[in-house]
Ligand binder design. Structure first.
Ligand code: ADP
Ligand code: ADP
Length: 228
């Protein structure tokens, strides 16, 4: 699903955010990406969804070499990736339903299909009863679940999450992780950036550790290191 080969990223100001990163994420795999603030986690995710371009090396996503993707084809790449952000980026002047419907409206889906898909997505995150609410009226955990529904509404094969539980207490964070697991169980690939090591340790998933732009560890099971 994702392949990085000797990928480096230098920002225009000279900051080297990624240094010769190599890894693969298989189809249907779920993995965590961790490391201190500034380690390069967000940058790595941004290269996958073409919010940034690699300076050197090769990024392949869903069998497409992103080095060769023209600006015009970026929307096509993003259509296959659901993105979840720490601040969930919801529109507070629209209902929950409209927030989740947004990606489908942009794609020009027929009205009935939008209704069906939005309700299916809200059902998956347990928020069907709140479709007419404004996100302002929801708790932090619920807002994040709306963000997740929006990310999965067009059923992308890959979900990327950047600190999805950054603003949530441990219990709500665990709930969000459980949701991610459910998507993984139906075949969705996930790469989840988080610096919450105790949360990662509760889950038994591959964990990629970054430090100063380098991938310094790649563990099959997060507990091997953090169980003491
Ligand atoms: P993380 O997500 O692990 O906190 P980032 O990928 O955000 O790490 O940042 C990696 C490094 O790149 C940091 O030193 C950060 O300051 C720098 N950086 C991130 N974005 C930019 C940018 N747009 N311009 C310049 N430097 C940046
Ligand atoms: P249809 O495929 O006709 O649109 P549904 O919307 O009911 O039917 O989805 C069928 C199944 O596919 C659901 O059980 C759903 O969990 C699963 N599924 C597959 N890929 C995804 C994805 N990216 N996000 C959410 N669910 C998915």
């Amino acid at each position: 699903m994702i392949e990085f080969a000797e990928v480096s990223k230098r920002y225009p100001n000279g900051q080297e955010a990624l240094k010769r990163v190599n890894f693969e994420l298989a189809d249907g795999e779920m993995a965590f990406l961790t490391g201190h603030s500034g380690a390069g986690k967000s940058t790595l995710l941004k290269l996958i969804c073409l919010m940034e371009r690699a300076t050197s090396g090769q990024v392949v996503v869903n069998n497409k070499n992103l080095n060769r993707t023209s600006r015009r084809k970026i929307p096509g790449v993003r259509r296959n990736i659901g993105m979840i952000f720490q601040d969930h980026r919801l529109l507070f002047d629209r209902t929950v339903f409209d927030n989740v419907a947004l990606p489908l409206m942009i794609e020009g889906y027929p009205h009935r299909e939008i209704g069906r898909r939005v309700r299916a997505a809200l059902d998956k995150v347990g928020l069907l009863s709140k479709e007419k609410h404004s996100p302002i009226m929801l708790s932090g955990g619920e807002q994040q679940r709306v963000g997740i529904a929006r990310a999965v509404v067009n059923k992308p094969p890959l979900l990327l999450a950047d600190e999805p539980t950054g603003n949530l207490d441990p219990e709500l964070s665990a709930e969000i992780m459980h949701l991610f697991e459910q998507f993984n169980q139906v075949g969705v690939s996930l790469l989840i950036a988080s610096h919450d090591l105790s949360l990662i340790a509760q889950m038994h998933y591959r964990t990629l550790v970054m430090k100063e732009g380098r991938l310094v560890q790649d563990q099959v099971d997060s507990l091997e290191q953090d169980s003491e």
